[in-house]
Design a protein around this ligand. Structure first.
Ligand SMILES: Nc1nc2c(ncn2[C@@H]2O[C@H](COP(=O)(O)OP(=O)(O)O)[C@@H](O)[C@H]2O)c(=O)[nH]1
Ligand SMILES: [Mg+2]
Ligand SMILES: [Zn+2]
Length: 275
C-alpha cells in the first residue's frame, strides 16, 4: 500500500519507490510505499479541461514507441511530430512503429523521418494471419530494439498497440478491440497503463486510450539541445531566435543537404510542440 501522505496519483508505472515494512510478500504482511524517487523523465496525459492538473502516465522510461497504422486509421504527421517533441524534450529515445502494413504501403509516410534518423519498424499482423498461421509472428527486430529497456507505447485507440504487445509477448495478455466498421475507430479496450515483462528482459508499457502526451510543459530549448550537431550554428542566431525567421543562422545551410533536412525536421517538431 501507499503512505497516505503521498496523496492520490502520486505513483505511476515506471516509478522507483522506497518501501517500508515487510517486503517478503508473505501472506498477511504489509509493505508501504513511503517515497517516490526523483524521476529522470515523465510522460503526462493531455488534459482537455483548462486548469486541470497534469496527469502523469509513466516515468523513467528509456524509449517512446510511437505507434501509427498504415491505414485504418490513417497515419498523421502531426501526431508523430508531437510525440517526437515530447521524446526530445524528455530525453527519451523515440521509435516509430507502423502497424497494419498489410493494408497500405507506409514508405511515403516514413520518408519524413529518414533525415531525423528515427528508428522505425513496419508490422503486419492481420487477424486472418494471426488466427490461421502456424508461423512465428514475433516481430523479431522490434523485440530486440525493446529488450533490456523500459519502453512506453503511445498511439490512438485502434492502431493495434495491444495486438503488437501480444505478438511481442507471444500470449494474449492484452485485450484487443475491433475497429468499428462504420467509424473506422477502435474501442477503448484497456483502462490503465500496464508494464509487461518482455521475453529476454525489459518492459513494455501499454497505455490506455491516451490520445497524446501533454505538451504544456515542453521546453523548446531542450528539444533543440537534442540536436547537438546544430549547436555551433545556433550560437550564431540572433537573440531569442525562433529558428523560423529570415535571420536564423540555420538558413545558411545549403538546401537539400542532409543537415538541411534535419533542420526541416527540427522545425516541424518545434511547430508541432507549439500547436
Ligand atoms: N489488418 C490488420 N489489422 C490489425 C493489425 N494489428 C491490429 N489489427 C486490428 O486492429 C484492431 C485494433 O487493435 P488493438 O490491438 O486492439 O488496438 P489498440 O487500441 O491500439 O490496442 C483489431 O481489430 C486488430 O485485429 C495489422 O497489422 N493488420
Ligand atoms: Mg489496446
Ligand atoms: Zn535560429
Amino acid at each position: 500500500m501507499k503512505a497516505r501522505e503521498l496523496g492520490k496519483n502520486s505513483v505511476v508505472v515506471g516509478d522507483l519507490v522506497r518501501l517500508d515494512g515487510d517486503i517478503s510478500g508473505a501472506e498477511g504482511t504489509l509493505a508501504r510505499i513511503v517515497e517516490v524517487l526523483p524521476r529522470s523523465n515523465s510522460l503526462s496525459r493531455t488534459v482537455d479541461d483548462i486548469g486541470a492538473q497534469e496527469k502523469f502516465v509513466a516515468a523513467n522510461v528509456d524509449q517512446l514507441v510511437i505507434v501509427v497504422a498504415a491505414a485504418n486509421p490513417e497515419p498523421r504527421h502531426g501526431f508523430v511530430d508531437r510525440c517526437l517533441a515530447v521524446a526530445f524534450d524528455q530525453g527519451i529515445k523515440p521509435i516509430l512503429v507502423i502497424t497494419k502494413s498489410d493494408l497500405a504501403n507506409p514508405d511515403d509516410f516514413l520518408e519524413a523521418y529518414k533525415a531525423l534518423e528515427i528508428e522505425s519498424f513496419k508490422s503486419s499482423l492481420p487477424r486472418e494471419v494471426r488466427e490461421n498461421s502456424q508461423s512465428n509472428l514475433l516481430p523479431v527486430n522490434l523485440l530486440s530494439a525493446l529488450q533490456g529497456k523500459k519502453s512506453v507505447l503511445i498511439g490512438h485507440s485502434g492502431v493495434g498497440k495491444s495486438t503488437l504487445v501480444n505478438a511481442l509477448l507471444q500470449n494474449n495478455a492484452r485485450e484487443t478491440g475491433d475497429v468499428n466498421l462504420a467509424t473506422g475507430r477502435g474501442r477503448h479496450t484497456s483502462s490503465s497503463a500496464h508494464a509487461l515483462e518482455l521475453p529476454g528482459g525489459g518492459w513494455i508499457i501499454d497505455t490506455p486510450g491516451v490520445r497524446s502526451f501533454g505538451l504544456e510543459h515542453i521546453d523548446r530549448s531542450r528539444i533543440i539541445s537534442s540536436f547537438g550537431e546544430l549547436a555551433e550554428l545556433i550560437e550564431r542566431c540572433p537573440k531569442n531566435c525562433s529558428h523560423n525567421e529570415s535571420e536564423c543562422a540555420l538558413n545558411s545551410v545549403p538546401e537539400g543537404s542532409p543537415v538541411a533536412l534535419r533542420i526541416n525536421g527540427l522545425r516541424r517538431i518545434l511547430a508541432a510542440a507549439s500547436d
